[in-house]
Ligand binder design. Structure first.
Ligand SMILES: NC(=O)c1ccc[n+]([C@@H]2O[C@H](COP(=O)([O-])OP(=O)(O)OC[C@H]3O[C@@H](n4cnc5c(N)ncnc54)[C@H](OP(=O)(O)O)[C@@H]3O)[C@@H](O)[C@H]2O)c1
Length: 295
């Protein structure tokens, strides 16, 4: 199948590589071209803009993926001056894998429909390593027929595909997941900081907490970063903050209160202000552990 991929960051570059590996014809675009280097060396075609990708001389793409940082970047790629939506052939399918809020996804579904393009929201769970290994989970919102069309491509990049319902429901599930992910990480970091401040040994704390019923399994994968202080990003902290902001927007629209989510969001905001935005989100431990000057 002729696929297009826009957004070649930590996640998108690895997802696109798996499409290429499985023999799909692939055209790519990224704001920063340098990030496409390995894909181009591996046989992908470069498009000079999202518009060019949608209707390039290489043959029109049948399924176009976006894996971009936030709703603003998705909107620009789709509907901006050089956006792809006006240029995709009628009947093409746009699969947005970016983590965005459900009402934004529904807006994009409507914009796509007005251009004769099909749309599914298919955000993912799983980070850098599952993305590289083709073991992501896709939370899909949209028509069954459209999921059927893109399923063989999703199966190159993930090993679990869950149809959550109509447009926006994949994004809704992603909001639920990342609310839990961001809050759990911050709660664990805060508990570790407390334990150490009370004189407990860090190694003993890790060994006493990880693998027990009170900690989430993903926290074990953050231990090395927390122990070494090397927070090279699997999941950049600034995107967790972004997701908690989108959770906040979604909660407002749905009329529910999110007291824990909002408090957690502000912890990540302060960590960004302290210079940790591009670090892995487990660096919230580094931020919370900074000692008071007067102690
Ligand atoms: N990393 C994870 O563990 C993980 C897991 C699940 C979901 N996600 C979600 O996946 C998406 C991508 O995240 P990532 O981890 O791959 O982050 P990343 O490495 O920072 O990549 C972000 C991508 O968005 C592009 N971008 C950012 N701002 C842009 C703008 N203003 N205009 C155009 N393009 C822009 C970047 O282009 P440049 O290369 O030019 O900067 C890059 O392609 C996000 O929605 C994130 O929340 C991430």
């Amino acid at each position: 199948m002729k696929a297009g991929f826009i957004g070649l960051g930590i996640m998108g570059s690895r997802m696109a590589a798996n499409l290429l590996k499985k023999g799909h014809s692939l055209t790519v675009f990224n704001r920063t071209r340098a990030r496409a280097g390995e894909l181009l060396a591996g046989g992908a075609q470069w498009a000079a803009s999202p518009a060019a990708l949608a209707g390039n001389g290489n043959g029109n793409v049948e399924v176009l993926f976006t894996m971009l940082a936030h709703p603003e970047a998705v909107r620009e790629a789709a509907l901006g001056a050089d956006g792809f939506l006006q240029h995709l052939p009628s009947g093409a399918l746009w699969v947005d894998c970016s983590s965005v809020n459900p009402s934004f996804s529904r807006d994009m579904a409507a914009a796509a429909k007005s251009c004769g393009v099909h749309f599914v929201d298919a955000p993912v769970s799983g980070s850098k390593i599952p993305a590289a290994e083709g073991k992501l989970i896709f939370w899909v919102g949209g028509e069954e027929m459209d999921l059927t069309k893109c399923r063989p491509l999703l199966e190159c990049m993930g090993n679990k595909i869950v149809h959550m319902g109509k447009s926006g429901m994949g994004a809704a599930m992603k909001m639920v997941v990342n609310q839990l992910l961001g809050s759990t990480m911050a709660a664990f970091a805060e508990s570790m900081v407390l334990g150490e401040a009370l004189g407990l040994d860090r190694k003993v704390l890790f060994e006493s907490l990880l693998g027990t019923p009170i900690t989430a399994p993903f926290l074990a994968s953050k231990r090395a970063k927390m122990e070494t202080g090397d927070y090279e990003a699997d999941f950049p902290l600034r995107w967790v903050h972004k997701d908690l902001q989108l959770v906040s927007v979604s909660a407002y629209e749905a009329g529910v209160a999110m007291p824990l989510g909002h408090a957690t969001k502000e912890i990540y905001a302060l960590a960004i202000r302290a210079g940790l935005g591009t670090a892995d989100f487990s660096a919230v431990y580094d931020y919370l552990g900074r000692k008071r000057e007067d102690k």
